[in-house]
Write a protein that binds this ligand. Structure first.
Ligand SMILES: Nc1ncnc2c1ncn2[C@@H]1O[C@H](COP(=O)(O)OP(=O)(O)O)[C@@H](O)[C@H]1O
Ligand SMILES: Nc1ncnc2c1ncn2[C@H]1C[C@H](O)[C@@H](COP(=O)(O)OP(=O)(O)O)O1
Ligand SMILES: [Mg+2]
Length: 205
C-alpha cells in the first residue's frame, strides 16, 4: 500500500472512531478503574484500553523502548505524552471496525493529555470519575502488590503515584466538569454497587 493510501485509510478509520462513544475513566491509582472497566466490557461490549496495560505490554516485549518505560513507571512518574497517545491511537484504530465504544482507562493523567487526545482522535462523551479515599487506595494497592508482580505496587512508588495523581490528574476532572460530562462514582462501596452507579452513567448516554 502506498503512503498516500495508508493516510487515506487512516482518515476513514478515524471517522469511524468519531462515531463511537469515547469514555475517559479517571481516578487515583488503585481506585478501581480496571475493575469497573472489566464489568463494563462484560455488560456493554465496549473496548477497554488501559494506558498502563499498553505500556506494560511494551515493557514485556523486552524492547529498548520498553526498558526506558519500565524505569519511568517504577519511579511512579508519567511516561512521555506522545508515547502513550500513539499507543492508544494505534489500539483504537485496530478496533475501529468492531467497536461501538471505547473505555480509555488511566488517560488523561494531565490536562495536556486530554487536549492532545481531542486534537488527534476525538472528543469524549463522558468522564467516569472513580473516586476513593487516599487511604483506601494505598490499602488496595499494597494488597494488589502481593500478587500483581507490578514494579510500581510498592509503598514508596505508591506514595509518589498518589502525589502525582492529586497534583496532575485531579485538574483533569475540573477541566471536564466545565463541560458537564463528569459522572462521579463512589468507589468506597462494594464493586457491584459501584458498578450500579457506572451503569446509570452509561445508560444515560
Ligand atoms: N469497590 C471496591 N471495593 C473493594 N476493593 C476494590 C474495589 N474496586 C477495586 N478493588 C480492588 O482494589 C485493587 C485495585 O483495583 P484496580 O481495578 O486494579 O484499580 P486501578 O485500575 O484504578 O488501579 C484491586 O485489587 C481490586 O480488586
Ligand atoms: N496516560 C498516561 N500518561 C503517562 N504515563 C502513564 C499513563 N498511563 C499509565 N502511565 C504510566 C505511569 C503510571 O504510574 C503507570 C501505571 O499506570 P496504570 O496501570 O494506569 O495504574 P493504575 O491502574 O494503578 O492507576 O503507567
Ligand atoms: Mg488499572
Amino acid at each position: 500500500m502506498s503512503r498516500k493510501e495508508e493516510t487515506l485509510g487512516n482518515v476513514t478509520i478515524l471517522d469511524k472512531i468519531k462515531d463511537a462513544k469515547i469514555i475517559f475513566v479517571v481516578g487515583g491509582p488503585g481506585s478501581g478503574k480496571g475493575t469497573q472497566c472489566e464489568k463494563v466490557v462484560a455488560k456493554y461490549g465496549y473496548t477497554h484500553l488501559s494506558s498502563g496495560d499498553l505500556l506494560r505490554a511494551e515493557v514485556g516485549s523486552g524492547s529498548e523502548r520498553g526498558k526506558q518505560l519500565q524505569a519511568i513507571m517504577q519511579k511512579g512518574e508519567l511516561v512521555p505524552l506522545d508515547t502513550v497517545l500513539d499507543m492508544i491511537k494505534d489500539a483504537m484504530i485496530a478496533k475501529a471496525d468492531v467497536s461501538k465504544g471505547f473505555l480509555i482507562d488511566g488517560y488523561p493523567r494531565e490536562v495536556k493529555q486530554g487536549e492532545e487526545f481531542e486534537k488527534k482522535i476525538g472528543k469524549p462523551c463522558l468522564l467516569l470519575y472513580v473516586d476513593a479515599r487516599g487511604e483506601t487506595m494505598v490499602k488496595r494497592l499494597m494488597k494488589r502488590g502481593e500478587t500483581s508482580g507490578r514494579a510500581d505496587d510498592n509503598e514508596e512508588t505508591i506514595k509518589k503515584r498518589l502525589d502525582l495523581y492529586y497534583k496532575a490528574t485531579e485538574p483533569v476532572i475540573a477541566f471536564y466538569e466545565g463541560r458537564g460530562i463528569v459522572r462521579k462514582v463512589d468507589s468506597e462501596l462494594p464493586v457491584d454497587e459501584v458498578f450500579g452507579q457506572v451503569s446509570k452513567a452509561i445508560d444515560a448516554l
